[in-house]
Design a protein around this ligand. Structure first.
Ligand SMILES: [Zn+2]
Length: 268
């Protein structure tokens, strides 16, 4: 039962993080999430149609994820390891990125457990995770003022971070500075591909307004198709890697993968 409640809390994370819901509404959301998680667990016994490539769970479908602004990502969350489509997709892109010989010094910002496990499953990894909150990583660091010397890391994984940072240009500059020449950084963010330019409005401050405008209560902007230009302006050579969209459709469906490009950024 506790696992079902945890799954419900996860898939309702955005909605429960806003403050406008009454206690009764929050309880109703949690209860609906528990029912959905229970349905998914029951379906596990039937013929499996989807499979989590991270933890091996199999079932009829993944669980829906509620964004908190009226939109639902259907068939998204693994009920066993809570991975989202992007986490399951990173297993493929990181495999390609880290599958080289020799010791690899990796810096990982704002680590999510699933991604940490993917990185550390590779050989010869010298891994360090950092976050502004020291309880969430191996070491406390401010991405806009890193304590590392320049040219320190072979690989940097910084995914879904810049959209939380007020001065994202300074953060990108710092990531560029500490990456070794020839090193590669995976720098994905949520992107609204219908939007040509990144949307910022500093008068939007409440969790509810931010959720509507920027897709999550703690995002401070919504990136548009100009995102790679921002990375190039810092100095990166940007490759929009289409590995997932080039996988066979049955494989994308089976593992519930996200057919978005990954931004692999090399320091010349
Ligand atoms: Zn899983």
């Amino acid at each position: 039962m506790m696992q079902l409640v945890r799954i419900s809390q996860h898939i309702n994370y955005n909605r429960l993080s806003t403050t406008s819901f009454s206690p009764a509404k929050r309880l109703a959301l949690l209860a609906a999430g528990v029912m959905e998680a229970a349905r998914c667990q029951a379906l596990f016994k039937r013929r499996a149609k989807v499979e989590c490539n991270l933890c091996g769970w199999q079932g009829r479908s993944f669980i829906n994820f509620y964004t908190g602004y009226g939109h639902v990502y259907p068939n998204a969350v693994c009920p066993s390891c809570y991975s989202h489509p992007r986490h399951r997709s990173y297993a493929f892109s990181l495999e390609k990125l880290l599958n080289s010989n020799g010791k690899k010094k990796v810096l990982h910002f704002s680590p999510e457990r699933m991604i940490t496990e993917i990185i550390c499953s590779h050989a010869d990894i010298d891994y360090l995770s950092v976050d502004i909150d020291h309880t969430k990583a191996m070491r406390k660091e401010d991405i806009t003022a890193l304590s590392f010397p320049s040219n320190s890391f072979d690989y940097i994984v910084c995914v879904h971070v810049f959209e939380h940072i007020s001065d994202d240009r300074k953060a990108m500059d710092e990531v560029y500075r500490v990456l070794k020449p020839g090193g590669v950084a995976l720098l994905d963010v949520p992107i609204d591909h219908n939007r040509e330019e990144t949307y910022e409005d500093w008068s939007i401050t409440s969790p509810e307004e931010r959720t509507k405008a920027f897709w999550q209560w703690d995002h401070v902007r919504l990136y548009g198709r100009d995102y790679p230009q921002k990375l190039r302006a810092v100095g990166f050579s940007v490759q929009e890697d289409q590995l997932i969209s080039h996988l066979p459709e049955h494989q994308r469906t089976r593992f519930g993968l996200e057919a978005e490009p990954n931004y692999l950024c090399t320091k010349p």
